[in-house]
Write a protein that binds this ligand. Sequence first.
Ligand SMILES: [Zn+2]
Length: 470
Amino acid sequence: MTQKTGRIKIEPLQSILTAREQRAFLKKQIADKGFPCLSLSLNVPGFPKSNPTVQLFFSHVLTDLKYFLKANLIELSEDESICRPDDTGDFYLSPCSGYGKPIEEIKQLCEDFEGNHSLGRFIDVDLNDAQGNTISSGKSKPCFFCGERPAIECRRMEAHNSDEIRIFMFSKMAEYCRQQRENILVKRISSLGLKALLDEISLSPKPGLIDKFSNGSHSDMDFQTFLASSAAISGWFEELVRAGFSFKGNDLTKALPVIRNIGLRMESDMYASTKNINTHKGLIFLMGLSLFACGKLFSRQDRFDAAVFRSIIRDICKDIVEKELAPVKVSKATHGEEIYRKYGYSGARGEAENGFPMVFEFGLPQLTAVEKPGEEELFKSLLAISSNNQDTNILYRRGPIVLTSFRNLCKKALEDLNAANLSAVAEFCKSENISPGGSADLLAVTIFVDSVMRADQKKEFTPLSELNDF
Ligand SMILES: [Zn+2]
């Protein structure tokens, strides 16, 4: 790493001395107060020592370190900590204490952290005792670039070109940050998926449907059955989002078997949790597509975009009605196939092939119209969907005439939300023994999409573009 004797090249060296002196001074201040001090920095050769990727990597490592220390009962003092980049790079410093643990034990934990971190060789967790002395384990770290010699030897020999090392490091850091972003997104989106299921089932009262107080037009299941089923299928949500993230290629119709493979396992877990009652079969299809599509969308871009989300769903389900509902098969026809043959209504498959029009054109506007949707908006969203949806649950049980009457009653209740109109819908469901289960599934998807959009607006999701900037 040659330093040319030019004015521009000398300046960083001078400022590094100042930055190093400043760090030593800060450590001394903590020692003067009688505390050991723990610091975090990165080994970045050459200049500059930081950039947006390095900063983001540093902030992930700092978060990891804080959780690790806390879990091992090492306390940091947030009030007195310092976290700022200087000319030697990104830097964190804090007084620490370990519930009476000897300083060597704390040092060992710092080394365990570095040793177990996938990019631990980029990381320096240093420790000074209460007298300000650096605690060293005496072990030398292997070179993070070649791994063949101790790092200090490679540095002395100038064994590697610093530009090469920098590119190697930054790409590893970017990859790490991308993985962290994916992990955070996968967890967050999955939890919004489960929240949507719980919000839908908890919305009470609902006409003909299961809610907290009533089993609606159902005799074989109740609120508890839905809680059990929600818990059982939500275990697969992360896998669906992750499948979207990792799906390669441009032909999204190839994603359908991938989603269905997970969906079939969900169905099996659903039946096991409900003693063979179908609570969520339609929902598994719709939510499976939605979770996958979110993963796919966020693997390509920073922000949620409803048009892109819808086009992903449409591409996955291209020609699905023609391919799946029309052909005559050896097995017994499903409810969906029977209804398609009898009335030409395409149900959940048609809804997906068209990019969820019930969700985006009818359900969602009821929720996005207000700052914080409550039960009333959720109910209006259900009515808006029900008054437009060709609900196959109703069609299968009672046929198109009853469905039309039901839709008209829903429309009337939505236009004028009063007790008489609402009880007319509820009474009709009771007398005809119908339950708009398909619309309830679409409401859950609507709540999910709304919550993802809100999280995105609050910038809860790390943008992808930050990771390509080094
Ligand atoms: Zn080396």
